[in-house]
Design a protein. Structure first.
Lengths: 373, 326, 451
């Protein structure tokens, strides 16, 4: 049965290797996002994510706090750059512009006849012939182990009302996925297998409507919802997602259904089945792969949607969906927190991936077994 | 009422309502209005069959009409008015577009996007779908390639900043260039003309997953017997792929191609967040968004230009549909 | 992390966050330097129990929390509930909701331009009678704030729609006191000194400036602030006003000269971190981090008063970071011009409680309650400056109140297609190599095409 791969094992290897290569290329950016989601904003802007697993030599600045003591006519300030902790100093310096000018143990002569010695274990001695009025800063380089944390995820998961937002998102997405599929399936069947005047025109119209930018419809539709008394509510957003998702649903499903074997459908009709029966008993089960793949996409769009949710749902925090919660609450004004953004992207990826895995089982071959087109 | 219960209720009512509508309307049509068991069964069945398509189509047409056609018509009317909407200027917005050099750049760039992105996404999607078709770990490979689809455009733009950034400590491309001995950072998003392709890569990266899912479904829909027959005839794997499989799923390839082409005319997020349309990377959707909610006359005019661009794609689809129906 | 928080943020702010979690007022009435008398009088005179004021605005996250704390005082005084929702895409949301008829009671506009647009479409309600007089006499430089909030309504009549609350100061240069101290650099008092310092830093083999214009769809806006500051430092305030109104054309030699003044900094490879080519696409949020890198990537960063929000975690303003006034030319004798911006409240759907909320905003406490939480400047003349959370903010407040010339961010006042469109992209084109004259000409052409 495994005829292609089975007959030629060299070809099989070539296939395996090319798939691995493709997957790696596709994964590089995603891995970058994943790694970044475990880092904080400062780390993200300071070093590349591909280096984040290695210990990096970083430069630090530490204020030499403490009481200067007078010894042999000079003022001396002693301490340890690591404070209570520990570490290894690889380089040090007395100026911000040259934080790694000296090796540990060396005596660094600073301006105004001051000097500084830092040992490998972090102990420093700062001397000055004059009184030390302002705490000097000691600069040093030290290798830092890779640091990853769940802080970004905790911030997102732990924020108030996140559970509510998650439930709201599900409440929006599930009906907004199922209802358009159902409506579209009937329409797609009519456009694929029923004869009536104007069919070509309708198909063209569906393709044309695919390209309509959502933004055009926001104001008139919200107006209409307000006039109907629906206002900003879950009902409103279900209706909106249904309307906006229909063109693609009809288009994809019609094209799948039209490819179903003609003889099955015609023989059923000859046997006296009505179109309604043909549709429910034959076409719908056979179209399962198409229904499943569209369900995946519609779910994805409604899940990641921010625009429609903001317009058609009330703006109070009880009706926030996850995308709104993340964009308007967690990212903060002018949204510059890349770590949170990355973690949010991964949290929002999880559920769609589960849906994808579940739905993939339905994208199987064999439904048409026994029939030749 | 808690939103969960409300949601469940809606699913039940919505789904039940839909099924109920289709079932009941068919019943009414067949049993009440045009009963087959009557004086004139043949005529009644014919009449019923003339009405039935519209029963099937009605909910979809109603929703499409309300949510898309009606706003489109309103928008077209709006595109004939000036910025504040109180003065009729006929095609003034359209002629203003024609004279705007940024619009011309956007138009040209969008044309390149329409050539490159659907072709590349479909190619890679088909490649992955075919290669993973019989692979044991094919589903895992597919899921990994599908993953970008699930990332929001904003998340996608963020991750590609980590690839393209000028600073070699942040951007992977410049880090590699430095590792190979380059000394000056290169901002790929500022490379005139080529920067468009760097932006296209992002959408290709995302949309390959879409093409893969649909095409993989289609490949699996090809009856086993057809392929087995070809193998018995001694066809090699490449012949099977190009001579048997591709022609069989041509219809689906057209669908994928069309869908991605249309997406290229709608997605503004990537350009918007990566470059804001600067450095000569403007495309029509992002150009439209820069006017949307400010100068609606101009924005809607761009929307109609986009719809006109889709005309050839629509015609192609109708011809394809006609061919299938025969 | 908690430790950093304790040392980094003044105890007041800490108090506010913990107190808020309990649903109480962050600063107990009657205590501290706050102006409680007018607040108590207000509380006695107003009762709107059971009513709700809906507000939307651009403040999200941390800023939303601070505003919610301010609002708590209104609720405490009147019994009316306030539902504030912040949105990252406020500009778009407010247009959709006002047009569709689901507007909130009040909207907080980040720029006057958008408010003026909505006012001209009849979507805003003028402020109550007499508010303009009150602003004129109670705000520092009051009449100019009234002018900034006065727009033509749908019939073309000028009415006061906007009341400013929260001001940003733009003419600031941020630096690291440590870096300046160790290198022996002095804070420049004049633009001539600033340019000399810039050259001195270059001569020392270092890079003086960090400039980043990247901001997604709004890429380019930081450059417009530079040009506006330069306009004020090379031309009279009257010229600036003429430029804003397009009475002085955008391609006027004076404007081109101001753009080139900016270019003198941004287009010099030696002056900016990463070279001139890095300016256009470096994110403005990441740009200031160069000040705190060890070794420093740059020594100065010109940006508005909000920028400390993007400093690395744990940076203490006043110790690790500080600012100086972006100086004026000594030889030009134009005084000490200050560039600023601000958010304004406008009524999108009137109600009694809404009017009361605007009355509440006139009280010093409405300003002080945010001043004490940090990240807030006000032009209100009646506030007690002691309530500012730290000296740094107090100093900024002083710059604001002592400015000889205060001008509002020009790009916020120009029509949106220019101030939030052509001006931004024009500046990006200029930093990436186009000539100032060409850029200015293109922007003027866009402006001409508007009418």
């Amino acid at each position: 049965m495994d005829n292609i791969a089975g007959t030629k094992s060299s070809l099989n290897w070539a296939v395996q290797i090319s798939v691995i290569l493709l997957v790696i290329i596709w994964l590089i950016p995603t891995v970058g996002l994943l790694v970044s989601s475990f880092r904080d904003r400062d780390a993200i802007t300071n070093s590349g994510w591909w280096l984040s697993a290695l210990p990096v030599e970083q430069n630090f600045a530490v204020k030499a706090e403490g009481e200067p003591v007078s010894r042999d006519g000079v003022n001396v300030l002693e301490g340890n750059v690591f404070g209570e902790g520990s570490g290894t100093v690889s380089k040090f310096g007395g100026r911000r512009a040259a934080p790694d000018a000296f090796t540990p143990g060396e005596v660094a002569d600073l301006s105004r006849d001051r000097s500084l010695v830092v040992q490998e274990n972090g102990d420093y001695v700062y001397t000055s012939p004059t009184e030390i009025s302002r705490a000097p800063t000691v600069y040093f380089a030290s290798a830092q182990p890779a640091e990853f944390s769940m802080v970004n995820y905790e911030t997102i998961m732990g924020s108030a009302n996140m559970d509510r937002a998650f439930i709201n998102t599900l409440t929006v997405t599930i009906p907004a996925t199922i209802i358009p599929i159902l409506i579209a399936a009937f329409a797609a069947y009519a456009l694929a297998w029923m004869e009536f005047p104007g069919r070509g025109l309708l198909i063209a119209m569906v393709v044309g409507l695919l390209v309509v930018p959502l933004q055009l419809a926001l104001v008139p539709m919200l107006k209409l919802h307000n006039a109907m008394g629906v206002g900003q509510s879950f009902l409103g957003i279900w209706m909106a997602h249904t309307g906006f998702g229909l063109p693609l649903a009809i288009y994809l499903l019609r094209n799948y259904m039209v490819g179903l074997p003609r003889d099955i459908i015609e023989s059923a009709k000859v046997d006296g089945a009505t179109d309604f029966q043909v549709f429910t008993k034959i076409v719908l089960p056979l179209s399962f792969p198409a229904l499943a793949s569209f369900a995946i996409f519609q779910f994805l769009w409604t899940w990641n949607d921010l625009l429609v949710a903001k317009v058609f749902l009330p703006s109070n925090s009880e009706s926030w969906v996850m995308t709104v919660k993340i964009a308007d609450d967690l990212l903060g004004s002018r949204g510059g927190d890349w770590g949170i953004l990355a973690a949010a992207a991964f949290i929002s990826i999880a559920v769609p991936l589960i849906v994808f895995f579940t739905m993939q089982r339905y994208l199987v071959r064999g439904l048409l077994a026994g029939s030749v087109k | 009422m808690s939103p969960i219960i409300q949601g469940m209720l809606t699913i039940v009512i919505g789904v039940g309502g839909c099924i109920g509508y289709f079932w009941a309307s068919n019943m009414v049509l067949d049993k009440v209005i045009f009963p087959a068991q009557s004086k004139n069964p043949g005529r009644n069945i014919n009449r019923a069959n003339m009405v039935r398509p519209w029963l099937f189509l009605f909910p979809a047409m109603f929703a499409l009409g309300l949510y898309l056609v009606y706003p489109v018509i309103g928008s077209f009317w709006r595109s004939l008015f000036n910025r504040s909407g109180d003065e009729f200027i006929a095609l003034g917005n359209y002629s203003a577009l024609a004279q705007d050099p940024t619009f011309r750049t956007a138009f040209f760039n969008n044309f390149m996007w329409m050539l490159v992105v659907p072709a590349a996404s479909t190619f890679f999607g088909l490649l992955v779908a075919q290669l993973t078709d019989r692979l044991k770990w094919g589903n895992i490979a597919k899921s990994l390639i599908f993953m970008p689809m699930a990332i929001s455009f904003v998340g996608a733009s963020l991750i590609w900043r980590f690839m393209y950034a000028n600073n070699p400590d942040i951007g992977l491309i410049n880090a590699i260039r430095f590792a190979m001995g380059a000394t000056d950072a290169l901002d790929v998003l500022q490379l005139q003309f080529w920067n468009n392709f760097f932006l296209m890569v992002i959408l290709i990266w995302i949309q390959t997953g879409f093409a893969m899912v649909i095409l993989s479904g289609a490949l699996r829909g090809i009856p086993e017997e057809t392929i087995e027959a070809a193998i018995i005839d001694g066809a090699n794997p490449f012949q099977i792929f190009f001579k048997i499989k591709v022609p069989q799923i041509m219809g689906t390839i057209v669908v994928v191609w069309t869908t991605i082409t249309i997406l290229v005319l709608k997605v503004f997020d990537i350009v918007y967040t990566m470059t804001g349309g600067n450095f000569g990377t403007e495309i029509l959707p992002s150009y439209m968004m820069s006017y949307m909610f400010r100068d609606d006359g101009r924005a809607t005019a761009v929307a109609f230009v986009i719809m006109i661009i889709v005309l050839p794609v629509m015609i192609w689809n109708i011809r394809q549909a006609r061919a299938e129906m025969k | 992390m908690t430790n950093q928080f304790f040392t980094g943020v003044a105890a007041l702010a800490l108090m506010s966050t913990t107190a808020l979690a309990d649903g109480h007022l962050p600063f107990a009435p009657g205590e501290g330097a706050f102006s409680w008398d007018s607040y108590t009088a207000f509380a006695d005179a107003n009762d709107f129990a059971g009513q709700t004021v809906e507000i939307t605005g651009p403040w999200t996250g941390n800023e939303k929390e601070k505003f919610d704390a301010v609002v708590a005082y209104f609720t405490e005084a009147t019994g009316a509930a306030v539902n504030y929702s912040g949105s990252d895409s406020f500009e778009q949301d407010i247009v959709v909701s006002t047009r569709a008829g689901s507007a909130p009671n009040l909207a907080v506009f980040p720029q006057p331009g958008l408010a003026a647009d909505l006012a001209s479409q009849g979507l805003l309600t003028p402020l109550p009678e007499g508010t303009d007089d009150w602003i004129a006499s109670n705000f520092a430089a009051g009449p100019s704030w009234v002018d900034l909030g006065t727009y033509a309504d749908a019939d073309g009549n000028d009415q006061t729609f906007g009341m400013f609350y929260r001001v940003d100061l733009k003419s600031l240069v941020w630096y690291s006191p440590d870096a300046f101290d160790e290198a022996g650099y002095e804070i420049p008092e004049t633009m001539e000194d600033l340019k000399a310092l810039t050259d001195e830093i270059v001569a020392a083999g270092e890079t003086p400036w960090c400039i980043g214009l990247g901001s997604g769809a709004a890429t380019g806006w930081p450059a417009t602030d530079w040009v506006e500051d330069m306009m004020l430092r090379t031309n009279s305030p009257a010229d600036y006003d003429a430029w804003v109104a397009n009475e002085m054309k955008f391609d006027d030699p004076k404007v081109i000269a101001a753009i080139e003044e900016f270019g003198a900094f941004a287009r010099n490879d030696d002056y900016v971190d990463g070279g001139a080519s890095a300016v256009a696409n470096t994110d403005f949020r990441d740009s200031p981090t160069g000040l705190f890198a060890i070794p420093p990537k740059c020594y100065m960063h010109r940006q508005a008063s909000f920028i400390p929000a993007f400093f690395p975690e744990g940076t203490v303003v006043g110790e690790d970071a500080d600012f100086f006034y972006f100086p004026a030319y000594a030889e030009k004798d134009l005084g000490k011009p200050v560039l600023g911006a601000g958010t304004l409240f406008a009524i999108t759907s009137p109600s009694d409680a809404t009017t009361a909320f605007l009355e509440f905003l006139k009280l010093p406490i409405a300003h002080e309650a945010w001043m004490a939480q940090g990240g807030f400047l006000t032009a209100h003349g009646g506030v007690n400056l002691e309530t500012y959370i730290d000296d740094s903010l107090r100093a900024q407040g002083a710059i604001l109140q002592n400015a000889t010339t205060f001008r509002f961010d020009a790009s916020d006042l120009m029509p949106a297609e220019i101030g939030a469109g052509a001006f931004w992209t024009g500046m990006v084109d200029y930093t990436t190599g186009k000539s100032a004259a060409d850029v200015a000409k293109a922007i003027q052409e866009r402006w001409d095409a508007l009418n």
